[in-house]
Design a protein around this ligand. Structure first.
Ligand code: BEZ
Length: 223
């Protein structure tokens, strides 16, 4: 079982941009790997189009994106035309991120993305809607697993990337529904005497019935 903080498994795969070795493909970037049940399906098409439109946001965060769907490369290439159209891209624009072919479910099985309840025409399980976030040290940092019938929220993926990248640098955690720029929580591991040095912007302790001073807010650190 893959645990948070483990080195993310390396694998080789055929993609719409040729064969890749996942770790080499990542280079020094973070990565988001997201899987799909199959090509030419409505929810998947909206998701891949959303990623096309959000690509500048991923690039700004030093994140490479890569999709995976069970069908063949030739099917992916045909499907990319529909995705570009749905996203408002020109027909002639290059499809700007790779999609992995996984006809025999090798990658899906290795990463635990197979959905036993969603079968293709031959009765072979399809992939669920998994998301894996890998950092620039190739460490596995976060995953989601949604069923085929529920499309993902890619704004949430950007939001968690912001939280992961911020909390790697500052001694804070991000609270419920946090968005970049909102107040953060001081990590419980920061002792009170260090607060002025670590958070010169100030810390507000929220008074609670327990009398314990654990809910400490600070403005979003600039990192
Ligand atoms: C879809 O992408 O729309 C989809 C794919 C497989 C099952 C259900 C929906």
């Amino acid at each position: 079982m893959l645990l948070l903080g483990d080195v993310f498994p390396n694998f080789t795969a055929n993609t719409t941009e040729g064969e890749i070795a996942f770790h080499d493909w990542l280079g020094d970037s973070w990565g988001v790997l997201f899987s799909h049940p199959s090509d030419f399906t409505p929810v998947c098409t909206t998701e891949l189009a959303r990623v096309l439109n959000l690509l500048p946001e991923f690039t700004k965060r030093n994140v490479k994106v890569i999709g995976l769907s069970c069908d063949s490369i030739s099917s992916h290439i045909e499907w990319c035309k529909d995705i570009k159209c749905y996203a408002g891209y020109n027909e002639d624009d290059k499809f700007p991120y790779p999609i992995i072919e996984d006809k025999d479910r090798t990658v899906a099985t290795k990463l635990g993305m197979v959905d036993k309840d969603e079968l293709d025409a031959n009765g072979i399980p399809l992939t669920a809607r998994a998301v894996f976030i890998v950092d620039s040290n190739k460490k596995f940092r976060l995953s989601f697993l949604y069923p085929a019938t529920t499309g993902r929220n890619f704004d949430e993926i950007l939001r968690v990337l912001d939280s992961l990248q911020l909390t790697d640098k500052a001694k804070v955690a991000t609270p419920v529904d946090w968005k970049m720029g909102d107040d953060c929580m001081v990590l419980p591991t920061v002792p009170e005497e260090q607060l002025p040095k670590v958070f010169p912007q100030g810390v507000k302790v929220v008074s609670l019935p327990s009398g314990k001073n654990y809910l400490r807010k600070t403005s979003c650190p600039k990192v």
